[in-house]
Write a protein that binds this ligand. Sequence first.
Ligand code: GDP
Ligand code: MG
Length: 160
Amino acid sequence: TFQDQELSAAELERTFIAIKPDGVQRGLIAEIIARFERKGYKLVAIKLVHPTKDFAEKHYDDLKARPFFNGLTDFLSSGPVVAMVWEGQGVIKYGRKMIGATAPLASEPGTIRGDFAIAVGRNIIHGSDGPETAKDEIALWFKPEELLTYKKETDKWLYE
Ligand code: GDP
Ligand code: MG
């Protein structure tokens, strides 16, 4: 029924989002969380982590052949990162839309990178780029028991 509907598998889709050290240093934690929260996505895990270089290399493993890999992993391990998992229908793809294009010069105004970043190497936020990477990144950053499943009263106002 309307009152006690179960969430569908699509609504339980999850993505890994991280506020990188530049976003933390620039005081953008609340701004970024607010955008995901106001959209209607559900926060199911969050922690402040200072990744090691080794951990940063694991996270960006797919980019290890790129010339910027060393600088990128030095940067990700340079300070605290806000690691989060957000849940909701279509959150992987739409989360990327909210984040904006990788290079801030190409990110549209209204996106997080478009509004708050200038350089590709200081683009303040990470988001999983597909269902497989979301699964892998969530497993890399979080233990299963750190992911909470819960109902919100607003779920029934967000989904039909
Ligand atoms: P994303 O998924 O949009 O974050 O982009 P990628 O997965 O392609 O790259 C990961 C991160 O590496 C990006 O967010 C950038 O911070 C950085 N990066 C990507 N391309 C470049 C580049 O050409 N130069 C530099 N310096 N950094 C880059
Ligand atoms: Mg990526």
